[in-house]
Design a protein around this ligand. Sequence first.
Ligand SMILES: Nc1ncnc2c1ncn2[C@@H]1O[C@H](COP(=O)(O)OP(=O)(O)OP(=O)(O)O)[C@@H](O)[C@H]1O
Ligand SMILES: [Mg+2]
Length: 265
Amino acid sequence: MTRAAHDLIPREIVEFIGAEPTQEQWRAISWPLEPCVVVAGAGSGKTSVMAARVIWLALRYADSDGTDGALPGNVLCLTFTNKATENLVFRIRKALSTLQLEEGEEPEVTNYHGFAQQLLERYGMLDGIEPGQRVLTPAQRVELCSRVLDLMPFEHLSSEWQPTIVGNILDLADQAQNHLVDPHEIVEFNEERLEALSQHRSDRAYRAAQERVELANAVARFQELKRELGVIDFGDQIALAARVVRNHPEVGEESSRTPSRGSRN
Ligand SMILES: Nc1ncnc2c1ncn2[C@@H]1O[C@H](COP(=O)(O)OP(=O)(O)OP(=O)(O)O)[C@@H](O)[C@H]1O
Ligand SMILES: [Mg+2]
């Protein structure tokens, strides 16, 4: 690390980590208020960096008379699992205890699914999603998906074994949601391929595309079934919340203006 960077690192951050942050950590901690993706492996200090960044933003806020940085109460921290959320809350409390802040000045720490659910509850109606949707457990999801097999004929899917077909439908449903792709787009794409593939002599690729069309239609039917019953699954939480904020940019603007502290618990 260069001498100049070293001199800039606040004592509070070194005390909190219990050591000097590495150069990469310091760049992430002190990144300006703009988007940045940091790719870091297990045990590399991700949680430490997130907590240290909350301190850094609070220090910048104080030093700049509120023109830069952010108060902890205006920071949102998202993690993937509940356990990581607990760990981050604990580390952030420890980190903030080194600063003289008002009582209760804490960031909102939650996980992606919990945050997506909050967005759906508050703003889902903008996109026709009623509040209070029940979230399916993985077992209920399998059960509901197996109903699709009674609702549509399967001519091309090669497996006769029902759990395999259900598993394949759910896998494709997950992939589609994670990539924010509508199952009808998958149907359309593969139907176009069918035309091109029909010119070829080998029919293996053709059959694979036929199966894909059938599978994607089953995914679409499964999504409809959930909508009809007013239930969602974990994938829907993310995909629907992303759709709401994409279709309604004012949601992001409003959420960033509204301090989140009042709505926690
Ligand atoms: N620059 C550093 N110097 C020394 N120790 C550090 C440094 N950064 C982090 N650590 C220590 O390394 C350990 C792992 O850090 P941390 O828990 O932040 O990593 P993580 O990437 O979140 O881990 P996980 O993948 O388990 O979630 C902690 O004990 C932390 O105090
Ligand atoms: Mg961690």
